[in-house]
Design a protein around this ligand. Sequence first.
Ligand code: PLP
Length: 392
Amino acid sequence: MMMQSFQPPRRVLMGPGPSDVGPRVLQAMARPTIGHLDPEFQALMEEIKSALQRLFNAPDHACVPLPAPGTAGMEAAIMNLLEPGDRAVIAVNGAFGGRMADMADRAGATVVTVEHDWGQPVDPARVEAALAEAPTKVLAFVHAETSTGVRSDAATLCGIARKHRALSIVDCVTSLGGIPVDAAAWDADVVYSGTQKCLSAPPGLSPIALSTRAQAAIAGRKEKVRNWLFDFNLLMGYWGGEGGRTYHHTAPINALYGLHEALVVLFEEGQQAAVVRHARAHEALVAGLEATGLRMLVDEAHRLPQLNTVLVPDGIDEAAVRAHVLKTWDLEVGAGLGPLKGKVWRIGLMGASATPWHVRLCLTALCEALAAQGFDADAKAALAAADRRLAA
Ligand SMILES: *Cc1c(COP(=O)(O)O)cnc(C)c1O
């Protein structure tokens, strides 16, 4: 068979990630590949490290982008901090908390999960009760649960970890860039993210930040870290020192050009301005959805602006709605996961996808798809409600 170049369709990405990637980031990634030990590339690595410190507000943390998607940050955090027999408390309020618990179990830790109904934020009181039961090495939780659209109180949870002398691991894959992430103010030990959510770069890198406490714990391990690629004791010899770098792995060079450009774009806009943009797009989307009779899964107080879980009305074939908007509008929205499968849509307003244009397109397309199934969806009312919010 003759192979031909792959030409992807043009889509509008409003699911749980990846989000739309802007032309500046795509063009940056098409620039010439250079060697990963080239002095020019090492200068880029240094710039990315300090940009990540600014991004996480982690001036005293060691920050690097791991060469794999968001799950890599999770795996690196769990595998480096936990040794066999360590006690780990993991808050589970959706799919990603569950993934952390599975990893901690594979690391040989004694895992205590604090389970929540999907759609609820992590309950600090129940987490604290679990930490009070026995000495605990790690408390891990998800700041922005992408499977449910729920935000948890990272500052309070990290404070509880400190009080009980546990190291905190905070999953900021979906939160970073969309809502405030502040490793210094939280006094968090490990925070990690991914590039394809609110940073709007393609998937494939996982920025991570480690506190000095976390670094000391890793340096003082009794056993070697069980995965080689993400062992920070080895990895920091590559990303850590200025100059004197030796080969560890080959950094994904062009992907790092993309992350760098995404950060240039974000800092040009301003991190606070980006947070406000996400909040405004979210408020307009919810106003539009509610005007057409749809309801949100999550209570207003705990909603994530960048991930909107919308309840599927009775009698509606949710998969047919997604298929309709993809076919007719080139619009991707997400399906529910786990216990929410078939019950919700997940509408992402992440990074470059958090604009008034995306909100209006999504409302128009959804109303059309719902009307095709006989649901009385008033697109005019939805757009008018969204526009009123955008004008306010
Ligand atoms: C997307 C996501 C991950 C996993 O990231 P991948 O890039 O898919 O590996 C982890 N945690 C949360 C909260 C996420 O939204």
